[in-house]
Ligand binder design. Structure first.
Ligand code: SF4
Ligand code: SF4
Length: 94
């Protein structure tokens, strides 16, 4: 299953990956600062929880953490990787 990996040390919340994803499985966090996964599509809820606990309330520059989200609906087109201006998102096959 494809894994979408966010590097929160690099993510600037630019929203480019969200806008580029053809299957709409990425989103910005509630506070608009970080990119994350659409919860209902994510297999590993632990990653969502970790995101909420460890990243969501931090400011840019404070989060030094990579989190993997397993996404069954990711078609591995890698458009998000190409769109990201910070090289903060990568796609990995499990
Ligand atoms: S690889 Fe494609 S389908 Fe998967 S998250 Fe990125 S843009 Fe969306
Ligand atoms: S495109 Fe990159 S920098 Fe922008 S929100 Fe997505 S992961 Fe973060």
């Amino acid at each position: 299953m494809p894994k979408v990996v966010f590097d929160y040390a690099k993510c600037s919340g630019s929203n480019d990956c969200v806008e580029s994803c053809p299957v709409d499985i990425l989103k910005l966090s509630e506070n608009g600062k970080w990119c994350t996964a659409v919860d209902k599509e994510v297999e590993n809820k632990e990653a969502v929880e970790k995101f909420h606990q460890e990243v969501e309330n931090k400011e840019h520059g404070e989060a030094n953490l990579k989190i993997e989200f397993s996404m069954p609906n990711c078609i591995q087109c890698r458009v998000c990787e190409a769109a990201c201006p910070e090289e903060a998102i990568t796609i990995e096959e499990d």
